[in-house]
Design a protein around this ligand. Structure first.
Ligand code: FES
Length: 149
């Protein structure tokens, strides 16, 4: 558990990062939540509080948004998360076959999630492994090795 001084330092660092990266209005809520998720691999309570302060919205509203998206997590991950985009462009390029492949492979310690659109439609299908997105993925052993690596 962090000391009170460490906690204050951590909060102040995040405040500065949010001020540098995101305008202080509600339209920044989702991009900032994704930033927290990428930074911490989940959404810590204190990070949600700092984000609410930064955007001028109640933490309950930030929690509400955070729980609406499957790619966001409120708890420390005990596994590697793989997100397969199953939006329209990715489905047309093989996202369903990727999901079936990963289900058959059943790689230990991996949680598979889906998202509606990763905004990488031009390089569909898109897959995220450990918070890094990869385009033009195919359901073969190179994808399995990427996930296991
Ligand atoms: S539909 Fe998959 S990246 Fe847009």
């Amino acid at each position: 558990m962090a000391s009170a001084g460490e906690e204050r330092k951590r909060r102040n660092e995040l405040r500065r990062e949010l001020i540098d990266k995101f305008p202080r209005d509600r339209s920044s809520l989702l991009p900032a939540l994704h930033y927290l998720e990428e930074t911490f691999s989940f959404l810590p309570d204190w990070g949600i509080e700092v984000l609410g302060w930064h955007l001028g919205v109640p933490p309950s509203e930030v929690y509400g948004a955070a729980t609406s998206y499957t790619e966001l997590s409120l708890s420390i991950p005990s596994h590697k998360t793989v997100i397969v985009c199953d939006g329209v462009a990715c489905r047309e390029k093989g996202a369903i076959q990727i999901l079936e492949f990963l289900k058959e492979k059943n790689i230990d310690g991996v949680e598979i999630k889906t998202t509606d659109c990763a905004f990488m439609c031009s390089v569909a299908p898109a897959v995220s492994v450990g918070h890094t997105w990869y385009g033009r993925q195919v359901p073969d052993n190179s994808l399995a090795e990427l996930i296991e690596g």
